[in-house]
Design a protein around this ligand. Structure first.
Ligand code: AHG
Ligand code: MN
Ligand code: MN
Length: 322
């Protein structure tokens, strides 16, 4: 049996400041707890709707609410966390700790909510930013470049924790004894790919360049691209991004004409930014349109949307060229 380093060993040996180490340890422990609730399914009371809607007017599932509470409670008890913000909470929530050189943590507690009841992969996405004492909403609205750490928990066939602290991307697998073990010490996104991910049912709503790009992929070997493409769509960004980190690919959730005033469906602060940092740290590209880096988008609102085109670097360039 290979001896894998534990999450604790990895964190202890990393260059992260002590305060950040404590925040990441709390996030890892909470993702392990969430994994158990997800795995319990009906037995853990984790299926079905909660009967409420969130600030984005989406129906909240029971698991959205449960995981939001778990993360909020655990992080608020962490001395270096000055505040939290979540997809499932209307406003930022400063903690009573108010440390001078602490962090704010923004999260999507349960990504892929529509997968819960069908026993398909879901995840938890998190973004960690530096914070002054007693942060207000404006202190959360930093560009993705400011992130000191980002990652996700993925609850699929295996539970995994993927993390960057700005020194590449590492992956841990949840062992039977409840420990996260470092099974993926250096995750890199391949530069080229023959696989794309987009919700094809929205094709008629896309802008022309996105349609051109996807149509060229669909044309396959005999088309302009000269190769056949495969398509995947898990309907959980966590799982789609994970596939890209492991075997390459591109993921798009572009602007579309259904809600023309919005740049896209996904949220910048707790979906776009953390995933963009992971993809860039693994050598890929994470953009809004094939060109503009997501990490450079200046945020103006906590729940603002962003168009997403990310993954294998050369393929993202093809999106820009379409
Ligand atoms: P959430 O469950 O946190 O609201 O996020 C769902 C997002 C994202 O994870 C996924 O890629 C996308 O919505 C799926 O969208 P479709 O419903 O268009 O498939
Ligand atoms: Mn989500
Ligand atoms: Mn969610």
């Amino acid at each position: 049996m290979t001896a894998y380093a534990s999450f604790e060993d990895f964190i202890a040996g990393s260059s992260a400041p002590d305060g950040l180490k404590a925040v990441l340890t709390t996030l890892a422990a909470t993702c392990a707890d969430i994994s158990r609730v997800v795995a319990g399914g009906a037995l853990a009371g984790a299926l079905g709707a909660s009967g409420s809607v969130n600030v984005q007017d989406e129906e909240q599932k029971k698991l959205d609410v449960m995981t939001n509470d778990m993360l909020t409670q655990a992080l608020s008890a962490c001395p270096l966390v000055a505040g939290v913000a979540s997809e499932e909470m209307d406003f930022v929530q400063p903690t009573t700790n108010a440390p001078a050189d602490g962090y704010v943590v923004l999260f999507d507690p349960l990504d892929g909510s529509s997968n819960i009841d069908i026993n398909a992969p879901v995840g938890t996405i998190f973004s960690v930013l530096p914070s002054p004492a007693s942060p207000v909403e404006a202190d959360f609205l930093q560009t993705g470049r400011n992130q000191v750490a980002a990652g996700y928990g993925l609850y699929g066939a295996q539970s995994m924790l993927i993390l960057t602290i700005g020194e590449g991307v590492v992956g841990f697998t949840l062992a039977a004894d409840g420990r996260w073990l470092l099974t993926h010490p250096e995750i890199r996104v391949s530069a080229d790919t023959k696989e794309f991910a987009i919700n094809m049912s929205n094709r008629r709503h896309w802008a022309e360049p996105v349609r051109r790009y996807v149509d060229a992929c669909l044309a396959g070997k005999t088309g302009a691209r000269g190769k056949d493409f495969n398509m995947r769509w898990v309907a959980a960004m966590v799982a789609d991004v994970h596939r890209i980190l492991i075997r390459g690919g591109v993921f798009l959730y572009p602007w579309d004409a259904r809600e023309p005033e919005r740049p896209g469906k996904l949220r910048l602060m707790y979906e776009g930014n953390p995933m963009a940092l992971l993809i860039e740290q693994a050598g890929g590209k994470a953009t809004t349109d094939g060109v503009q880096p997501i990490l450079d988008v200046i945020p103006s609102a906590l729940h603002q949307r962003v168009a997403v085109a990310l993954g294998s670097a050369n393929e993202v360039d093809q999106i820009a060229a379409a």
